[in-house]
Design a protein around this ligand. Structure first.
Ligand code: NAG
Ligand code: NAG
Ligand code: NAG
Ligand code: NAG
Length: 431
């Protein structure tokens, strides 16, 4: 039922053809139980395969394969990893801050999906949860969560809400900045290897030794560095001047992981910071600092500069670390697309927080956080959640809703918003 089909890879002919067909291609291919391998240097297939293929309307599949091979970025991302090690902030925190700092998370978080607080700053699942589902792996257990029956067999999550790339100081919301997350990883790895050498049975709860090499190392961090810098800086230039420092710290951490055997890296770039209700409410009072979407220009500009340099990190890793694989995921463009085209994608609120106070357009008041009741100017008010979180992109003024996270994860999976430069040189299997 399965046959391999090799197609010459014409890099010169890229970008000629529409993307839609290739997005639907994988489903068609799966249905016809064909396995397409795009290889660089040759066209060849066996005669047995041809007869199967003829039965399956070879002609249209051939055309599809050709079109998709001309459009290499529209190949769904490979999500075939035995384990995931994730480093980040609240965008991918699956319970680290709550476990590590006994952070008093309000119970409304989790209401849509988990129906109890799940340690996530969201009404439901995060992007990383949807990606784990797509990999058919369980949700990631936070490194810091020791209560219950944590399993690290298929990975570990070091992300904690409020974390920065730069080392935490006394003013930081938590001590678990990127350097500490990397140290935690090394502690985990050393403990795992020591324990496994004593008792193989522990493999039920701990990653096998080779998972550290085959696993996926994901990074989604930097948003808080930029966010906090705008509060403490006197000018946008000061914030921009920080960016190189951030990225060199990130690269050093990734290099340390590579030296310890990590090979597969995924970097999520940072989202449009200037479109968060809290940022708009704080920095958008002067309308000249707002763009046509109502987002804060300076913050989005800093995010874009950060992302440009982050992309370079991927290229540098590939150039300097011969066995590294690096995939750069353009979260910024996905989120901006969602915010710009919200009604097209079934949302009713572009910028407003679902859980907040103050009504349209932002439903956000910096004085009262989601879930709280307070005396504001002499009257008692509450920041309650909306009735239909699926109509909102933003959850609490700072984080996205489960509905938005699902949208982002779906677009990540199309491969249309990622860049993995080494793909052009290696066979890619679509299943
Ligand atoms: C890097 O990716 C290529 C192509 O997907 C794959 O063949 C190779 O095994 C990967 N390297 C490692 C070390 O996993
Ligand atoms: C919004 O959708 C249109 C039409 O699909 C697309 O051309 C445009 O790029 C989208 N906007 C963003 C910011 O992605
Ligand atoms: C939610 O629905 C109830 C009942 O339909 C309505 O009274 C209330 O105003 C709604 N709340 C919000 C925040 O829209
Ligand atoms: C894929 O990306 C291209 C170029 O950025 C864009 O024109 C196209 O609309 C995207 N398709 C989807 C489904 O997002």
């Amino acid at each position: 039922q399965t046959f391999l089909f090799f197609i010459q890879f014409h890099s010169a002919a890229r970008n000629l053809l529409p993307t839609n067909l290739c997005l639907h291609g994988p489903a068609i291919l799966r249905k016809s139980k064909l396995l397409f391998v795009f290889a660089k240097d040759f066209v060849s297939f066996s005669s047995a395969s041809i007869s199967i293929a003829l039965n399956m309307n070879m002609h249209s599949l051939l055309k599809l394969a050709l079109i998709c091979s001309f459009w290499p970025t529209i190949t769904p991302l490979s999500l075939n990893y035995p384990a995931v090690f994730n480093f980040g902030d609240s965008n991918s925190d699956t319970g680290g801050l709550v476990a590590g700092k006994a952070f008093p998370m309000i119970p409304l978080n989790g209401e849509t999906y988990f129906h109890e607080p799940s340690g996530r700053f969201c009404d439901g699942r995060l992007i990383i949860d949807f990606l784990m589902e797509a990999m058919e792996l369980p949700y990631l257990n936070p490194y810091l969560d020791s209560v219950g029956s944590p399993s690290f067999e298929t990975g570990c999550n070091f992300a904690t809400g409020g974390s920065t790339i730069l080392p935490a100081d006394a003013a930081s919301p938590n001590p678990f900045s990127f350097n500490l997350q990397i140290s935690q990883f090394f502690r985990l790895k050393n403990r795992v290897l020591a324990l496994l050498s004593k008792d193989k049975e522990l493999q039920k709860y701990l990653p096998a030794e080779d998972y550290f090499k085959q696993g996926l190392y994901m990074f989604d961090i930097g948003q808080n560095d930029l966010d906090f810098a705008f509060y403490s800086s006197t000018s946008e230039e000061q914030v921009l001047a920080l960016i190189s420092k951030l990225l060199s710290a990130l690269k050093d951490g990734m290099k340390r992981l590579y030296d310890a055997g990590a090979r597969n890296f995924w970097i999520h770039n940072t989202g449009p910071l200037g479109c968060l209700p809290r940022i708009i409410a704080t920095f958008g009072k002067d309308a000249s600092n707002l763009d046509e979407l109502g987002c804060v220009i300076s913050h989005n500009r800093a995010a874009k500069v950060f992302n440009m340099k982050l992309h370079d990190i991927c290229l540098k890793l590939l150039a300097q670390l011969p066995e590294a694989n690096c995939t750069y995921i353009d979260i910024y463009s996905i989120k901006l697309n969602l915010i710009s085209n919200y009604s097209l994608y079934g949302f009713q609120q572009r910028l407003a927080a679902c859980c907040g106070y103050g009504g349209p357009p932002l439903n956000f008041d910096t004085r009262i956080a989601c879930g709280l009741t307070k005396d504001l100017d002499g009257s008692i008010v509450s920041a309650n959640p909306c009735n239909n979180t699926a109509e909102y992109i933003n959850w609490d003024g700072n984080h996205y809703t489960e509905a938005a996270n699902r949208f982002v994860a779906d677009l990540i999976r199309t491969g249309n918003y990622s860049d993995s430069p080494q793909l052009a040189n290696t066979p890619l299997i679509l299943t």
